[in-house]
Design a binder for this molecule. Sequence first.
Ligand SMILES: C[S@@+](CC[C@H](N)C(=O)[O-])C[C@H]1O[C@@H](n2cnc3c(N)ncnc32)[C@H](O)[C@@H]1O
Length: 408
Amino acid sequence: MVLINEDERMTEKSDKKTKSGKVDLTDNEFRDLEQAAHRRGFPDVKEYLLALHHESSPKTAADSSGLEIAGVPLPILAHKTKLGRIYCGDSAALLGRKDPVGDDSVDLIMTSPPFGLLRPKDYGNEDADRYVAWFERFGAQFHRILKPSGSLVIDIGGAWKRGIPTRSLYHYELLIMLCRKFEFHLAQEFFWWNPAKLPTPAEWVNIRRVRVKDAVNCIWWLSKTPFPKASNRRVLQPYSPSMQNLLKHGYKAKLRPSGHDISDKFQRDNGGAIPPNLIALANTESNTAYQRYCREHDLPEHPARFPSGVPAFFVNMLTDKGDLVVDPFAGSCMTGYVTEQMGRRWLCCELDQQYVEGAKARFIGDGCLFADTGSTREAPYEIYAPRLPIGSEDGLPLAMDGGKTRPK
Ligand SMILES: C[S@@+](CC[C@H](N)C(=O)[O-])C[C@H]1O[C@@H](n2cnc3c(N)ncnc32)[C@H](O)[C@@H]1O
């Protein structure tokens, strides 16, 4: 006899946890349910039963455009190129099957899921509190499809709590869930600094002046084993002027104040500088061919597109030509576009049909249509180092109530 305890169930109407009854099942009945749940991409029997329940409810009637699994239509193939495919639909349903993405077959999952922002954007965010639970379905499938040498790279922005100047922990909880529950390893955390980010949230940054600009996204680089294939030689950056000078004129080996011995091996030209885990890249595309196409065809421009440099960095460092890259939250399909150009195979899946229509514009026939100009900047970005206070700023008053009240 097996008991399924659903005391902690979240209902659709309210996020309050409600008590519900217990269900008695035989071992065989439970095993059948469990196998069906896993076959269909659900992390556990509870999620599977909830999906079956949704299926039988009239407001979630099935979409006739695709096959169905437990009430979720199977994504349909929307476009194909020489190297890749775009599917339209729920990627958890797509990845819940062994076809088209088999076990241990993917070299890189490069993605930016909808963020758990507290002020929902119009590309479908889950409430931050429910975000991690929602993501578990994908975590199970990501682990299934990834090769032991493969990497899972997730770009995820932070979120502010509603009405107070403190931050949600949801993206850290997501990271911890993926590592604890699915045994992913954190190969390295990256931070994507967008120098063009506006100073938001205005209330805390511009008006009450108690927080600074929120200008980085976290990028979690995870792997199925501690040793995913990788090479930082693929992503070297130009040497700084001082390093170029040192390479040209030499360096007298000596001890640094820190005690580090700077030996003459630092004088070797290795073809470029090893980048830090900070990706500096403005997201300021405007009037690109993709955008013009969307405008001309009355399609929405995706509001949270990658600049091409973000997927390009990881595809380059973590995959070889011919490898398979998957983006399960594809949006405008920038990952597919970059991957096609770099000679890797790819599969993208996007829920929203209109975004898929726009994404198709990136490709024509079996190749890429539009040259992307998003990441051609050669000059480095500048950021000032903190310094001791100078002049009058030293005595400026602090907000003694921590910004609880608005300044008059
Ligand atoms: C942050 S955006 C990705 C943008 C993308 N990186 C780009 O460069 O355009 C997240 C996307 O995930 C899509 N999405 C949300 N849930 C999904 C699901 N279950 N299956 C597939 N796509 C989903 C949303 O419609 C949204 O377009």
